[in-house]
Structures are given as C-alpha cells and as structure tokens.
Design a protein around this ligand. Structure first.
Ligand SMILES: *Cc1c(COP(=O)(O)O)cnc(C)c1O
Length: 405
C-alpha cells in the first residue's frame, strides 16, 4: 500500500482505538487558516473548525509562536507555586469579559463541572439552601460534555444510556420554553441554585431559542435568587458574532463557561468566569486541577484572545455571517427543511425524506468541504472566523451542487 493510502490509517484506528466516534473517512495531515489537507494533498475547507475550537484558523502563527516560546521557557508548575503567565491571563480575561474572577481548567466539561460546583456551594452558603437539596435547571437537548455528572442530565440516550447511576439534583425543562422554566421555579424555586443553559444549542443542531427566552430566564433567576449560568464553550468567543452569544439577548449571566476557541485549537484550555460574590465560594482546597492555569495554557490563551481582538474576528463573524446567511437562504434546495443561522454558524436541517445528513456530508467531502452531521438530519457549518468571503463563495457553489438549488 502506498504511503498516502488512507485505508492504512483508518485500519490502525479501527483496530487499536476505542470506537467512540464515527469520523468521516478523511485522514488529515496539515492545516493552515480555514484549510486542511489530507495525505494525498487534497485541500478541504474546514467547515467544522473542531467544533469552533479553531475560530482563529489552523496553526495561527501568533499562537504557534506563543506555544513554542512558552514551551521552551516553562510549561507546568502546578498551582502549588505561582507562575508569571497566570495572573496576566486572568487580568486579560477579566477585562475582556467583564467578570471579576477567572477559574482556569482544561477541557470544556471541567469548566462546566466547575460551574456546577460553584452554583451548589453558592446555593448552600449564600442563598441558604438546606444541605444536599440544591437543584440546577438544565434543558432538553443540552450538550455540556461527557463526565458522569454531565451525561446524567443529558437527554441524548446515546450519551447517557448505560452510564448510571447518576448525580441527582438536576431538573430538565424544554429548551426555549419559558412556561416550562416558570413551572419548575414555581414548584421548586427555593431549592434552585442555578439555570445552566447554552445560549445556542450547538450539538443540538444550532438551535436558537426565542428572543425573549434568555431575558425570561434572567428574570426568573432574579425573582427566585438563582444564578444564570451560560455555557459559551461553543457559542462564545466570536462564533455568534459577539464575545458571548447570551449578550445578544441583552442579558448578563452570573457565570460563563468558555473553552474550545480560548486556545485557538492549540491546547486544551477552559475557564469559568464569575464575579467575586459567586467565585469566592471557592477557597484553598475546595477545587483545582494539576494542569489548570499552567503557563503553557496561559501563554496560548493570551495569544488566542489577542488574535480574536486584534484581527476583529468577532465583528467579522457578524458581518460575513449575515452575508452567508442571505446566500444560504437563497438556496432553493428541495432537501432543506429549515435554515438556522447566527454569526458564522449554520444548522441546515434536511427533510427526513432526504435520508439523513450523513450522505450530504460525504458528498461535500468529495467536493472539498468538511462538515459533520448532527442529530441525523442537520448539517452544521461553522468555518474558522478567519475565512475569506471568496472561500465562502467557493463553498456556496459546492453546497449548491450537492444540495441542489
Ligand atoms: C464541546 C462542549 C462542551 C465540552 O467541552 P470538552 O472540551 O469537549 O469537554 C461543553 N459545552 C458545550 C456547549 C460544548 O459545545
């Protein structure tokens, strides 16, 4: 077999790796900006961007340089000692986000776990919920990560089934349904310490709630003294055309989780952001992570945030995103049931008769576009925010060819 035969690499994965993913059969070896290349040298426009971790584009030179320079200098101290990159990054994140305090973790799921722990401790110590009684309201169709606590309140049987028993204390309500949230608050408001919500459900298929949903949740949280916590791990840092998607609804969350694009795809870095009144429930010994806030992570995140701001990727997402939405709306494909769009983020939902989104993703792959189906019938498009209009025009021609119209 030749060196570029993808079958060789696919066989290795299938034989030696756990089968916990169903990837497209493309073996990538190089990336630059919004583009990636496979072993045979074929170029693809990356319209998934590693679930929005690569908003800044692949291998952004400024972030790569920060990574290399810091790796040569100092990579890990643990938080037993201080390092000279941690404080400056926390200041930068605080000033950018408007939250007083920052707690650094690694994966997105860990940031969500941090938010859950903060909300519970705040509930007991500040709100005065009786020990062990705290409730957190979450939404149907949520995706917050893969830990046992988090999958315990997933409504996706594939994510949840077979992994119990689960952590109690979560109440699931319908996403986008304010009446449902109101009911759970009127029944259990005294025990509810937080609502944990994605401002846009990414894994759920780019589901955008009604405009009054987040403001309504904000009001309910204020009335019942609960925290509004927004999971911005995928929706934040520019994807929706704002630093935080929830701010587009004119609300301010009490806590925010970020990850993915916080490192521009170079290293796993996540954070929970909140004001002191919430964050200060954590005291020495109550929470932590060996790698959380390490100098390498901080140097990478500092550069990744710098790129986001200096290259104006957030306004770029809003402007290019609106143009692309109009172009997609003009598609007259017989297969498209609904188009959902916010920033540079699209969920193209197909009619069930189209036979699932997978075959369209495979056809797009042959045309040089990489994207992934979500929830069987939806094609999700989320190109890196550095993408050029000409690249999107190129992609639109191929989408027209594959979808018709
Ligand atoms: C990806 C994602 C997570 C989990 O992040 P990991 O880094 O995969 O643990 C949590 N919440 C949302 C909204 C996500 O999109």
């Amino acid at each position: 077999m030749s060196d570029v035969d993808p079958g060789r690499w696919i066989a290795l994965e299938d034989r030696y790796a756990a089968h916990n993913y169903h990837p497209l059969d493309v073996v990538l070896t190089r990336g630059e900006g919004p583009w990636v290349w496979d072993l045979e040298g074929k170029r693809y426009l990356d319209c998934l961007a590693a679930y929005s971790a690569v908003n800044q584009g692949h291998n952004h030179p400024r972030i790569v340089t920060a990574l290399i320079e810091q790796a040569k200098q100092l990579a890990l101290t643990s938080r037993a000692f201080r390092n000279d990159r941690f404080g400056p990054l926390c200041k930068q994140l605080s000033e950018l986000s408007g939250y007083e305090r920052v707690l650094m973790m690694n994966s997105g799921a860990e940031a969500v776990e941090t938010a859950i722990k903060a909300a519970r401790k705040w509930g007991y110590e500040v709100k005065g919920v009786p020990a062990g009684a705290a409730k957190i309201v979450v939404c149907e169709g949520n995706f917050h990560g893969r830990t046992t606590t988090i999958v315990g309140f997933s409504t996706d049987e594939g994510a949840r089934g077979g992994f119990g028993p689960f952590t109690p204390g979560f109440e699931v309500v319908r996403y986008g349904d304010l009446d449902a949230a109101q009911r759970v608050f009127s029944e259990q408001g005294e025990a509810i310490v937080a609502v944990l919500v994605e401002p846009v459900q990414g894994e759920g298929g780019v589901i955008i709630p009604p405009a009054d949903y987040l403001p309504g949740l904000r009001t309910l949280c204020d009335e019942h003294r609960a925290l509004l916590i927004c999971d911005e791990i995928q929706s934040g840092l520019g994807r929706c055309g704002a630093l935080f998607a929830h701010s587009l609804s004119g609300v301010r969350a009490d806590g925010v989780t970020i990850g993915k694009a916080l490192s521009g795809g170079l290293y796993p870095v996540s954070a929970f952001l909140a004001d002191a009144a919430v964050m200060d429930v954590f005291t020495p010994g109550t929470h932590g992570s060996t790698y959380g806030g390490n100098p390498l992570a901080c140097a990478v995140a500092e550069a990744a945030l710098g790129v986001l701001v200096d290259e104006q990727l957030i306004s770029r997402s809003a402007e290019l995103g609106a143009w692309m939405r109009d172009e997609l709306e003009a598609l007259r494909s017989p297969h498209i049931k609904a188009l959902r769009a916010i920033g540079l983020w699209y969920g193209i939902e197909l009619h069930p008769e189209a036979g699932g989104a997978r075959r369209f993703c495979e056809a797009l792959q042959r045309e040089g576009i990489l994207c992934k189906e979500t929830h069987t019938h939806t094609i999700r498009l989320a190109p890196p925010l550095v993408v050029e209009k000409a690249d999107l025009e190129w992609a639109l021609a191929r989408l027209r060819a594959v979808l018709g119209g």
